[in-house]
Write a protein that binds this ligand. Structure first.
Ligand SMILES: Nc1ncnc2c1ncn2[C@@H]1O[C@H](COP(=O)(O)OP(=O)(O)OP(=O)(O)O)[C@@H](O)[C@H]1O
Ligand SMILES: [Mg+2]
Length: 265
């Protein structure tokens, strides 16, 4: 269905041009191969059904998520976009199990989040998820490489292996020569890369990112997105990225738009 719509649009555009060569292409029927390549592949790894999240303070209630239904397949890179305050960060926190929900259901890799104990959820998170959240800042007293190896040590990797993998990941993000520096000695862009290295070091199945390029200039933004799309293709990792950047949205496979706590078309 999706394929057909896209082909029709393309056909219309091409027909409006006058070149005979282009017209010839336009009369070609869409091939089966093209239609198939437009389908999403892989199993569904993230599902939310009717998710409601209400924040209550003394005398105000804010419905931050108002019945969110989404489904994301393995290996997708999805951008969540929408105006400030529409519930993007809340959605990421709830989907990743960092925050609880008031009603509805969230499943990750087929597992109902509600059914997991706190310990099981923490273990699942450490093994399967990477976070690039502004609130997940680097620890200022640890060197860059020590910060990156933290998730590996937490999930039981030996110190030697953790160091080796962290250095490889720092190399991937172009920070190897800064490995012994403290976060305070890095620029904003470098710190953001270190955060990415830390989120990606244990090759998590799902990477959650909240404004991963928020503090970066356009050159750094392009480089970070090159890195993420490369990993996404190579390792089939699933990326859910909250962003205000149209550039980042354009690099994603799909944009989920939000408004007032709801997913909108
Ligand atoms: N801890 C909280 N306590 C009370 N209200 C909250 C809390 N966190 C978020 N909210 C409210 O929930 C709504 C959604 O907030 P959220 O942070 O998810 O928005 P956002 O789309 O990420 O915005 P931004 O683009 O500015 O980061 C807002 O109205 C916000 O004020
Ligand atoms: Mg936010």
């Amino acid at each position: 269905m999706k394929g057909k719509i896209i082909m029709t649009t393309r056909k219309k555009k091409i027909v409006s041009k006058s070149s005979p060569k282009v017209k010839k292409i336009a009369t070609k029927k869409p091939t089966k191969k093209k239609a198939i390549s437009l389908k999403r592949k892989g199993p569904v790894v993230i599902t939310s059904t009717g998710v409601v999240k209400i924040y209550k303070s003394t005398n105000v209630e804010v419905t931050a998520l108002d019945g969110v239904d989404i489904s994301i397949t393995e290996g997708e890179m999805v951008a969540i976009m929408g105006p400030s305050g529409c519930g993007k960060t809340t959605l990421l926190n709830c989907l990743s199990g960092l925050d609880s929900i008031n009603s509805g259901s969230i499943k990750l890799q087929g597992m109902e989040l509600e059914s997991l104990s706190d310990d099981k959820l923490s273990e699942f998170r450490a093994k399967n998820m990477g976070f690039v959240f502004q609130s997940y800042n680097l620890l200022p007293v640890l060197t860059t490489v020590e910060n990156v190896e933290l998730p590996l040590l937490v999930s039981g990797t030996s110190a030697k292996d953790a160091r080796k993998k962290s250095e490889a990941k720092l190399d991937d993000v172009g920070l190897l020569e800064w490995k012994q520096h403290l976060p305070g000695e890095l620029s904003g862009g470098q710190r953001q890369r270190a955060t990415l290295a830390r989120a990606l070091v244990n090759e998590p199945a799902i990477v959650w990112a909240d404004e991963p390029t928020g503090n970066l200039d356009s050159t750094n933004e392009v480089e970070i997105m090159d890195l993420l799309t490369d990993l996404n293709k190579k390792n089939n990792q699933t990326f859910v990225i909250v962003t205000h950047s149209n550039y980042v949205g354009g690099r994603a496979n799909r944009i989920i738009k939000m408004k007032d706590g709801k997913v909108v078309k």
